[in-house]
Design a protein around this ligand. Sequence first.
Ligand SMILES: Nc1ncnc2c1ncn2[C@@H]1O[C@H](COP(=O)(O)OP(=O)(O)O)[C@@H](O)[C@H]1O
Ligand SMILES: [Mg+2]
Length: 235
Amino acid sequence: MANRMAKELLRLTNVSKVYRMDGITFTALHDISLTVTEGEFVAITGPSGSGKSTLMHLIGCLDHPTTGTIFLEGTDISRAGTTTLARLRNVHIGFVFQQFHLLRRTTSVANVELPLIYRTMSSRERRRRAIEALGEVGLGDKLHNFPSQLSGGQQQRVAIARALVTDPKILLADEPTGNLDSKSGHDILGMFQNLHKAGRTVILVTHDQNVAAIARRQIKISDGTIVSDTTRKQP
Ligand SMILES: Nc1ncnc2c1ncn2[C@@H]1O[C@H](COP(=O)(O)OP(=O)(O)O)[C@@H](O)[C@H]1O
Ligand SMILES: [Mg+2]
């Protein structure tokens, strides 16, 4: 639902990221400013090497900007320490990666429980929430399967359940269909669309224009700079 008074979740102001290696510096992001409000579905697109993952790491509290400020739900995270970043990440962000990043010797339900380990919550409650999240992604019958006993699309659904189990403000996905066949990829994108319709804020990072097309708002980056930021009119 469109909501004119929607709350601002994320604000980046003049953000840059410079990587330093062996005395060589490389500016991966340059002067990025953007805001994301609650309930938006945003695709961040651009060619390989344009800085998409770097931007996702900053938004996801995995790294610091070199200059500029980032506010996440009103908290300045630009200079937050490692422990604070880890806590903010666990509370606010649900990640979905191209490579799924599931623990291989761990069942679906145990994988999904992992982000709840840091919460004060009984193991019974953790299990209940993990089972509920797996049910939401249609895997209620695969609770005790190991990743190797699941298809790629199913593994990515476990990863989505793991991202959702903490009820995060922002769902951040980096090339979530990059390792999937077109049918599974289509299913996963449908799942993001449904999550958006249910009110989730989704930020989807992809080099694939067809994938990006499902989001209403498209932010294009090239060589670390935003070159366009457009929102499609509601049909
Ligand atoms: N840790 C790093 N150290 C040095 N350079 C990096 C590092 N991570 C990314 N880069 C460089 O920053 C640029 C952007 O990378 P990345 O954000 O991964 O792009 P994308 O996700 O759009 O493919 C690339 O030129 C890449 O080589
Ligand atoms: Mg990338």
